[in-house]
Write a protein that binds this ligand. Sequence first.
Ligand SMILES: [Zn+2]
Length: 346
Amino acid sequence: MEKIEIIRPDDWHVHFRDNGILKAVVPETTRHFARSIVMPNLLPPILNAKQAIEYKKRIENAIPQSDNFEPLMTVYLTEKTSKNDLKDAYNNGAVFAVKLYPAGATTNSDSGVKNITKIMPVLEMMAKIGMPLLIHGEVTDPNIDIFDREKVFIEQNLDFICKQLPELKITLEHITTTDATEYVKEGNKNLAASITPHHLALNRNALFVGGIRPHNYCLPLLKGESHRKTLVDAAVSGNPKFFLGTDTAPHLTKNKESSCGCAGIFNATYCLSILAQLFDNENSLSNLEKFISINGTYHYNLKVNNEKITMVKKAEALLFRKYLYIGKQRIEIFKPDFPVFWSIAN
Ligand SMILES: [Zn+2]
């Protein structure tokens, strides 16, 4: 049996939601990860330090006693965000980063930013104090083809922000295209990108296998195979600019399987097994630790975790549980279309 020991990983992009879903999904992340950056797109969103602190308490109440886990909180940036509130919240440790959603880009993002120039004073302040900016990098203009929205966001918005504020620490989140990968690779040292397990595992054909597949619907959308391959190459390369952000995004199955289904893939339960298999398939297991446990900590100026986890490769493929139950409701757990032989031993 093959076995690897790696530094306990962190997930730099999670959606915990709230209430019953929060209670059900938090343990799926805290079981394996030491820290996560928690997204603020609740309804209503987390707009200030006070709301972030209250939300953090609700998350902490859902962490099993056996798990040692730190949620890193974010605030949802709007054109009205208070510079002083943010600055204090960062300096006293209540808020770790700021999330920029272009208005309407994804689940619960209606209060997002319409005009980038309006948030420049806040971004200037963040650059000065070292507070990271996390970006959902897609334009929302209905005239732009939905598969091109990441590329156009880079041209129209990200490039402007990077050139105006090269000192600002930026994460281009859940990148999906060759364009984004190349831009980040060549960009300034404070620009990095997170990549999800599902964008590494699937291309856009997975949305239409024998019929429409709502459980593979996420935003940004899955892209073509050449883009997926570029993402895999970047992830397995060990390049410190690329790291894991699962974007695990639970929705009840009834809200996914609908005439207007929600965007988001719930992948927390098996994401490490899936990633180990992906890296193994690329003969790059030696770089798995960089992608899931090291590169992100360096980007965020944090220390790597002290603990280790052990992963084992078994002769028989892992049997995936299909659902996570919340009373009588359920959330579908992400499973890729290839066999996975890796699992967590401890
Ligand atoms: Zn997300």
